[in-house]
Design a protein around this ligand. Structure first.
Ligand code: ZN
Ligand code: ZN
Length: 455
């Protein structure tokens, strides 16, 4: 099936390219470069719809996702102790649509159901919620190519995603048929992952999307304990990347649970360490074809730079913040709802910039108005040229400096401007800085050990 990328959008981008008179054959002369033609795509993640959300005087009854705790300050767009009311999700997609940004596609990295006790959900409910979110997106963007990935909550019981075909994989495959090729759908039914080409009208090179089911590697997934290569996804990934490099394709990796270390927890990987080491090795081997990696799951805004064995930056990875504002009652931090726009070079898919948009939840509830706005533009906020690994590595060096104002900015963005008075110093900063640059066990633990040297 032909990808359904918005034809009008592609036409507009094609015209933009003509106007900038950039000839691919003349793209690499010495001296000042003409401005590159820019493509864009949206990234949304962790919608976590809570269908029970409603305003009621008994604050323990506002949402099931608060798990009996009093909602903090509930309003029409949600509460920091609750998952997303449908109205919040609608406001996010309405904002994206009304912004009239010309985009080539959207990536959607999973987690549609709410954080509620397992017994309050079922396979049927989880399937219904994923179906509801899929049709919500399609109703807002009927002609847009969407590349989705499964999250650890997109299964019942949560986290236990299986290594063979299942009722959920099959039902979700049916929801995602309008976006994916027959081949992608067939791989997805077997293991919850797929690959698909995005054909650009501008570049002679197509872009390959690889949507991984990293939930198979997620620590709480007891189905995959002691399996060296669940669903043979690692061997499959290696094979796809090998072919891609022979064909000189460019690849975006998308997935829900990120590789690397959690920026808010010391010595903790999001996926099991064994799988993390194996993935890092594959990503280093094929860093030349991978032009970007995009994840969700932590609900926070963070970056990672993959270094090779010589400590050279070779890959840029991004974790996009959630649409849901939910936090646990014992947590100090949460995040405002966020959605993200990436800009890339239309000719070679290298990442140029990202625009982070957010909803100030307290303000929106107070005014009964969903005033989504720009939070920051990455290159402007951190004074870097683009989103290439070298540029992000420069940025991390700036962040690492003691009392770095830029790091304060980074941390405020990490929690999507949730609370400007929260600071991250000492051990908190160590974890953040080490997680950004060191994705494997040995380099990460070295970084943690050396914290006294650079702090
Ligand atoms: Zn989530
Ligand atoms: Zn998740």
């Amino acid at each position: 099936m032909e990808p359904r990328g918005g034809r009008a959008a592609r036409l507009a981008l094609g015209l933009a390219l003509l106007c900038s008179s950039l000839d691919p054959a003349a793209a690499a002369p010495a001296g000042p470069q003409p401005p590159s033609a820019v493509g864009q795509f949206w990234h949304v993640s962790d919608l976590h719809l809570d269908p029970t959300y409603h305003i009621t005087p008994d604050r323990t009854k506002v949402c099931s996702s608060s798990k009996g705790v009093n909602a903090s300050d509930p309003g029409p767009f949600g509460d920091f102790l609750c998952d997303s009311p449908y109205q919040l999700i609608l406001s996010a997609f309405a904002f994206m649509k009304d912004s009239e940004q010309q985009v080539s596609f959207m990536i959607w990295t999973g987690d549609s159901p709410p954080h509620v006790p397992v017994k309050e959900l079922s396979t049927k409910l989880v399937i219904n919620i994923i179906g509801n979110m899929s049709s919500t997106i399609r109703n807002f963007f009927p002609d847009l190519q969407v590349f989705p990935a499964l999250g650890n909550h997109d299964y019942w019981p949560q986290d236990q995603l299986p290594v063979t075909t299942s009722e959920v994989y099959n039902a979700v495959a049916d929801f995602w048929k309008p976006w994916l090729t027959d081949e992608a759908i067939s791989t997805f039914r077997k293991g919850g992952f797929y690959t698909q080409l995005f054909e650009s009208s501008v570049s002679s090179q197509p872009l390959r999307i690889i949507s991984l089911n990293t939930n198979l590697y997620y620590s709480p997934n007891s189905v995959t304990v002691n399996i060296t290569d669940p669903a043979n996804q690692l061997a499959w990934l290696d094979g796809i990347l090998e072919t891609s490099s022979q064909k000189k394709e460019k690849v975006y990796i998308i997935g829900h649970v990120p590789v690397g270390y959690l920026p808010f927890a010391r010595n903790t990987t999001a996926i099991r360490e064994y799988y993390n080491e194996r993935l890092v090795k594959i990503f280093r081997k094929y860093s030349g074809v991978i032009a970007g990696q995009f994840f969700g799951h932590t609900h926070r805004d963070s970056i990672m730079v993959l270094l090779d064995e010589e400590e050279q930056p070779v890959n840029s990875l991004f974790v996009t913040p959630a649409v849901t504002p939910v936090k646990n009652v014992w947590q100090m931090e949460s995040n405002n709802p966020g959605v993200r726009l990436y800009q890339y070079d239309l000719l070679n898919y290298s990442l140029l910039d990202l625009w982070q948009f957010y909803l100030d939840l307290r303000d929106a509830n107070k005014k009964n108005e969903s005033n989504w706005k720009l939070e920051y533009i990455l290159t402007k906020a951190y004074g870097v040229e683009d989103l290439k690994p070298e540029s992000l590595y420069e940025m991390v060096k700036q962040l690492s400096v003691p009392h770095s104002r830029l790091f304060e900015q980074y941390y405020s963005n990490f929690i999507v401007s949730y609370d400007k008075t929260i600071v991250c110093e000492g051990g908190c900063k160590t974890c953040q800085i080490c997680a950004i640059q060191y994705l494997d066990y040995s380099s990460y633990t070295d970084c943690i050990k050396q914290e006294a040297l650079w702090r």
